[in-house]
Design a protein around this ligand. Structure first.
Ligand code: NAP
Length: 211
């Protein structure tokens, strides 16, 4: 499975590192070709750098690792995403005195993105963990962190569950894309725990289940 990652920030770089480590073919796409090429060159395992259009063309799965507010403009200027899987890692945060959610309750970033690109299959994932855990794996002694994901297309969700496993998280199927309305507030809680409550970013959510 070929992956196109959009965004060269914390999440884009972390997922590029962890997924190339697992043998995935990855192209990381940026508004700046130089930036993407430089980041790809810093990976321990082979990755390619490209423009955003290059990465979208390359990937069967496209990982959106950009600010939510930049998504509409980014996807407007791209080739067709028909049939592709989009992993929406975004959180619709507003950064002020406190971090807040820009939307919720009746919709979510993931549902808005699905409306922007109805020809693609959006799966919400990787928004409820820190980039640090995405890079190094959520390994806390005998317990591994959970990764919650949701979407409306069963095949897209199984492909994303495999990627989640590759990063070391235990995938937790949270049902329909509409449930992104609940996953995005969880991400805000994670940020508040990490930064307001002072726990730092070496934390992860874990769902306990009885086998
Ligand atoms: N950091 C975390 O721990 C974490 C965890 C879970 C989810 N998330 C979510 O994942 C997304 C990415 O987070 P991040 O921490 O990786 O962010 P970041 O470090 O700020 O990087 C975001 C990247 O998006 C690209 N971008 C495209 N359009 C942009 C624009 N108009 N303004 C700014 N950047 C733009 C930039 O890459 P180019 O310059 O190469 O185009 C930039 O490096 C966000 O939606 C965030 O809420 C973050």
């Amino acid at each position: 499975m070929k992956l196109g990652i959009i965004g060269t920030g914390n999440v884009g770089a972390a997922l590029c590192k962890s997924l190339t480590r697992k043998g995935y073919r990855v192209m990381i796409g940026s508004r700046s070709l130089e930036k993407a090429t430089a980041l790809a060159g810093q990976m321990e395992h082979y990755a390619q750098g490209g423009t955003i259009a290059n990465a979208i063309h390359f990937g069967e799965i496209i990982i959106l690792a950009i600010p939510y507010k930049a998504v509409e403009e980014t996807l407007r200027n791209t080739d067709s995403l028909r049939g592709k899987i989009i992993i929406d890692c975004t959180n619709p945060f507003i950064f002020g005195e406190k971090v807040e959610l820009a939307l919720g309750h009746t919709t979510s970033a993931a549902e808005q993105i699905q409306r922007m690109v109805p020809e693609a299959r959006v799966v919400k994932a990787f928004n409820t963990a820190t980039a640090r855990q995405m890079e190094h794996g959520p390994f806390f002694g005998p317990s591994d962190g959970s990764m919650f994901y949701c979407g409306d297309d069963a095949d897209a969700k199984s492909a994303v569950a495999k990627l989640i496993e590759a990063t070391g998280f235990i995938p937790i199927d949270c049902g329909a894309l509409e449930n992104a309305r609940l996953l995005e507030p969880m991400a805000l809680m994670l940020v508040r725990l990490a930064f307001t409550q002072g726990m730092g970013d070496d934390i992860a959510f874990k769902l306990l289940t009885r086998d």
